[in-house]
Design a binder for this molecule. Structure first.
Ligand code: SF4
Length: 676
């Protein structure tokens, strides 16, 4: 049989949301390429997706439902039928509900795949049940909170504006690992003569593109932003006409805040030299079209929302919003384009169940009473690896009285602790619709191959669970295509220029975000002064935890995405590493390549040491969220991260943890295993 090429969409948690050309032969995917007609992808994919067929047809795929037959975490399971799996789950849930109430059941899901209808398929079911609600904020809600504090609901500019910029600042954005198609636009800007500056914690892969790289002390970005504003005001580099017309609180900022941030003070706080700060301020203040792209890292501190808020304030001072190619980009928010109520079905909600923040899962599983969590249903996520405070999460997952179900494609760390494992489909085995968060594209994807083994999609599983629970609402009988059609039937201004036939044919189309004449804030101005905030003006709130000497940065890896893609030997690095500066290694008498033990008061994790001059003193960098199976010891990086939340938005604080390093007592796992 000859092969055919079909369009599809990269389903993963990445701002690019690439268009794929998928080659299918004999009901199998045999190759995957970037769609040259996709406006963002333009024919190229990242390492992760170039051989997506290896993930789809991996020998590691789970292909039948499993029931635990050994201790939790042992990985001992036996196959069962779907009928048995569904009846076991629903009978156990009925029991729990009658004894403890539905709040004793907690769904746990995030952005394992990003298609709107599959990702949200559990919401109607758990709302109908009255289960505890999950606050899904593990990623960067503090970034949104920081933007909203200054810009309100003003839509972000389109990221392709950057090609017209003459100064691009990549602030805490390792775009080479997390946003490669935006980086291509930055390269275009550079070809046209733009200067590129990078502000980050260590010299990651993106530094290769930057003309200047500034390495700041962790959590001091607000001080840097305020220091830059100090110089802009001191040197008359502000756009006073723009400020007079469009900015609220400039006078108060100048009077009450900026005097405390002269270059020498900011230098002490940030670790940059006064010259570096002066140079950046001059470059920013004299650029014709300065463009700042803010990445996620800066929002993952306890002061994350304030950090983003202060950076978002900068463009207001130079009138960047009036200039083509200038501005500030934190991501696109297109939720207003869709009627999400049709998908999320909050109207089905029973009572007023409590809400549990997903970054606090460890505490919820081990400390909550009234009622305790008695059952966890995990889908689109792998909390045993990705949630902070892994020691507590695993303690919770090991509880004998916790009934946990995991719907997954692979035997992840979380699946190992499940009572029932349900096999999940990959994105090409089902239909969905995707909206990007790094551009305004929307694209529909169709089911291209039969489900692998007995795997099922979220919609299929929740339909079976609804029947098992005797929920009779019509939404539980709706298939994926019907839900997508319902979403696409919307008529609002975002859709006015959309070619619906192209969308139906599976091509990427661009939404039209509203372009309001004014800023969408209560004052219709950019609100440097925002009276609704605890701190009405931006102010640097220094990090307070100095109990351990090294700041841990849980940075993105180049070829994996959070804990996704670790099933692929070709994408995993050989070893789970921690990177430190030669000085720090020497101080501790540690050698390159040695097994080291990173620890703090939350836990201890073994890594292989990489001595790396790209990392400044005082920092330790761990790239990627490894599966325990591939770690040298029994824990991975989130044993060192805390459940603390950001100042606003309920976000995680993955960058705000401190550790110490020592030589490890562990021999490498393979040697260790052979001795057992
Ligand atoms: S760049 Fe992002 S969206 Fe594109 S293929 Fe890679 S992971 Fe997917």
């Amino acid at each position: 049989m000859s092969s055919r090429i079909e369009r599809s969409v990269c389903p993963y948690d990445c701002p690019d949301t690439c268009g794929l050309l998928v080659e299918v032969e004999n009901d199998k995917v045999i190759s995957v390429k970037g769609d040259p007609e996709h406006p963002v992808t333009r024919g190229s994919l990242c390492h992760k997706m170039n051989h997506y067929e290896k993930t789809i047809h991996s020998p590691r795929r789970l292909i039948e439902p499993l029931e635990r037959c050994g201790p939790k975490g042992s990985g001992k399971f036996r196959p069962i039928s779907w009928d048995k799996a569904i009846s076991t789950i629903t009978e156990r849930w009925q029991q729990i509900i009658s004894e403890f109430g539905a709040e004793a059941i907690l769904p746990y899901s995030y952005a394992g795949t990003m298609g709107i209808v599959q990702r949200n398929a559990g919401h109607p079911f758990f709302h109908r049940m009255g289960a505890s609600l999950l606050e899904r904020g593990i990623c960067t809600p503090a970034k949104g909170a920081g933007w909203d504090a200054v810009m309100g609901k003003t839509p972000a500019p389109a990221p392709d504006e950057v090609v017209h910029s003459d100064l691009v600042i990549l602030w805490s954005s390792n775009a080479a690992a997390t946003n490669i198609h935006f980086l291509q636009l930055v390269k275009e800007a550079k070809k046209r003569g733009s200067q590129v500056w990078m502000i980050d914690l260590y010299r990651n892969q993106t530094a290769g593109l930057a003309d200047r790289t500034l390495l700041v002390n962790p959590g001091t970005d607000t001080a840097l932003a305020l220091g830059l504003m100090h110089i802009l005001v001191r040197d008359n580099l502000c756009d006073q006409d723009f400020i007079d017309q469009h900015v609220q609180g400039f006078a108060e900022l100048c009077e009450n805040i900026l005097p405390a941030y002269p270059p020498q003070i900011v230098s002490e706080i940030t670790g940059l030299s006064s010259n570096e700060i002066e140079d950046l301020a001059q470059a920013y203040g004299t650029a014709t079209a300065p463009f700042i792209s803010i990445g996620g890292g800066v929002s993952r501190y306890a002061n994350g929302a304030m950090s983003v808020r202060s950076i978002v304030t900068l463009p207001a001072l130079v009138g960047a919003w009036d200039k083509p190619g200038a501005g500030c980009f934190v991501g696109t928010s297109t939720s207003a384009a869709f009627d999400m109520s049709q998908i999320e079905r909050f109207d089905l909600l029973q009572g007023s169940p409590r809400t549990i923040n997903m970054s606090c899962l460890g505490g919820a599983l081990t400390q909550l009473n009234d009622p305790p969590i008695k059952s966890l249903y995990i889908y689109h996520s792998n909390p045993a690896a990705v949630a902070p405070d892994q020691t507590q999460v695993l303690a919770g997952l090991t509880r004998d009285d916790l009934f946990s179900v995991v719907h997954e494609r692979f035997m992840t760390d979380s699946a190992l602790y499940a009572d029932i494992v349900l096999p999940a489909v990959s994105s090409v085995e089902t239909s969905d619709i995707y909206r990007a968060y790094g551009s305004y594209t929307v694209q529909r994807s169709r089911k291209l191959i039969p489900n692998v083994g007995q795997s099922k999609s979220n919609i299929e599983v929740f339909s079976l669970l609804a029947k098992g629970m005797d929920y009779t609402e019509a939404c539980f009988d709706q298939n994926a295509e019907e839900r997508i059609d319902q979403l696409c039937a919307v008529q609002n201004s975002w859709w006015k220029d959309i070619d619906k036939s192209a969308l139906t044919a599976g091509k990427a189309v661009k939404l039209s975000p509203p372009r309001p004449k004014m800023f969408v804030t209560p004052s219709a101005k950019i609100e440097i002064l925002n009276p609704t905030q605890n701190e009405p003006l931006p102010i640097h709130i220094p990090p307070t935890d100095n109990r351990f000497p090294l700041q841990l940065v849980t940075a993105p890896a180049h070829k994996t995405l959070n804990s996704t893609f670790f099933e692929r030997a070709d994408l995993r690095e050989n070893q789970m590493k921690i990177l430190i500066n030669p000085q720090e290694a020497q101080r501790r008498n540690l050698n390159d390549g040695a097994l080291v033990n990173a620890f703090n008061d939350l836990g201890a994790v073994d890594f292989y040491l990489q001595i790396d001059e790209r990392v400044p003193a005082g920092l330790a960098v761990a790239e990627g969220v490894w599966w325990i199976e591939f770690a040298p010891g029994e824990k991975t990086v989130n044993s060192l991260t805390s459940q603390q939340l950001t100042d606003q938005g309920g976000g995680s604080t993955f960058y705000d943890n401190r550790i110490e390093l020592r030589a490890s007592n562990l021999r490498s796992k393979s040697v260790f295993d052979s001795l057992r």
